[in-house]
Ligand binder design. Structure first.
Ligand code: GTP
Ligand code: MG
Length: 312
């Protein structure tokens, strides 16, 4: 999949350089960038941009496939265990590849802890709940702790040094940077055997940068673009994508749950599976799947401990 840009019809050395200097270094990236964005980025007509992106999609076989091919692709679905039996059961076997799984909850509900745990779990072979793969951890809030990875790995019997080596970490500083980092993952996901991409949190940059109602539309557009990139990445490379989301207060709700996930419809439609986390006594947490057509309603209880996420 690491094809050279110049294998695309209509891309010579000069155009390849132009694309590269704009940050598009692989066919996969070219295939998923919207034509309008590309046209603005490198100063070509939208029509020209469309031709290039279309050619890239053809090379990657991203257009029509037969239902049989789709079936074959689906049959490659993998699961990453959360390391907690109750949570795995709730999720139907763990976190799924080719899908975006969202964890949403108030501060301290364990979203970041689950991300750390999954970054370790994905490394195990299939029979032990992993995908013998590596993880990408994009940290927007600066809460990733390698020490925590070491702790979790030790408890699970994984060489902590190896566990750290198998996680590609990036701190993202704003929403543009976040999008750029996601684009970069397209370049090495395949060659580095990445099976899990984590964004903790998806929403924080957008909430900080786009204040006020007048910025809502561009904000949602950008989140939409990001989520689509993530879904394509998940599909093309058979990767599991995990995002975290925050809750926001709904001042107009008097009965029922007074908070809802941030990100509105765009995140609601973009995430394949949505899991709501809430606090219970001691370090217990309750997870519930919501908005899922394929999961039965139900809850799972887990505990946050020094060993990571565990059954109670
Ligand atoms: P926000 O990012 O603030 O929205 O919260 P979050 O949902 O990401 O919460 P997080 O995953 O950071 O969970 C925090 C909880 O995990 C806190 O109650 C911490 O005390 C607990 N925690 C974090 N690290 C450890 C640890 O090493 N040992 C134990 N026992 N608990 C920990
Ligand atoms: Mg967190």
């Amino acid at each position: 999949m690491d094809l050279d840009l110049r294998s695309i019809k209509g891309i010579g050395p000069a155009m390849a350089e132009k694309l590269k200097s704009a940050g598009i270094t692989s066919v996969a990236e070219l295939a998923v960038i919207p034509a309008r964005e590309l046209s603005e980025l490198i100063g070509i007509s939208e029509e020209h941009a469309f031709k290039l992106t279309q050619a890239a999609r053809e090379v990657l076989g991203l257009d029509f496939i037969t239902a049989e091919e789709y079936y074959n692709r689906r049959s490659k679905l993998g699961h990453i265990s959360t390391g907690c039996r109750a949570l795995d059961e709730l999720l139907g076997g763990g976190i799924e590849t080719q899908a975006i799984t969202e964890f949403v909850g108030e501060f301290g509900t364990g979203k970041t802890q689950i991300c750390h745990q999954l970054a370790v779990m994905v490394q195990f072979p299939r029979e032990k709940g992993g995908l013998s793969g590596r993880a990408v951890y994009i940290d927007t809030e600066g809460t990733f702790r390698p020490e925590r990875i070491i702790q979790i790995a030790k408890y699970r019997g994984l060489d902590p040094k190896e566990a750290l080596k198998n996680i590609f970490y990036a701190r993202s500083y704003n929403s543009d940077h976040l999008l750029l980092l996601v684009d970069k993952v397209f370049n090495f996901a395949q060659s580095e055997n990445v099976k899990l991409v984590i964004i903790d949190s998806l929403i924080s940059h957008f909430r900080a940068e786009y204040l006020g109602r007048e910025h809502l539309a561009p904000r949602q557009q950008k989140i939409n673009m990001l989520i689509h990139k993530l879904q394509r990445m998940a599909d093309i490379f058979n990767i599991a994508v995990v995002i975290t989301n925050q809750v926001m207060a709904q001042p107009d709700v008097f009965f029922g749950n007074p908070s809802r996930p941030a990100g509105g419809n765009v995140v609601a439609h973009g995430a394949t599976y949505r899991i709501w986390l809430r606090k219970a006594k001691e370090m217990r947490r309750i997870a519930r799947i919501f908005d899922s057509p394929s999961h039965p309603e139900g809850e799972a209880v887990f505990r946050i401990s020094d060993e990571g996420i565990v059954d109670v």
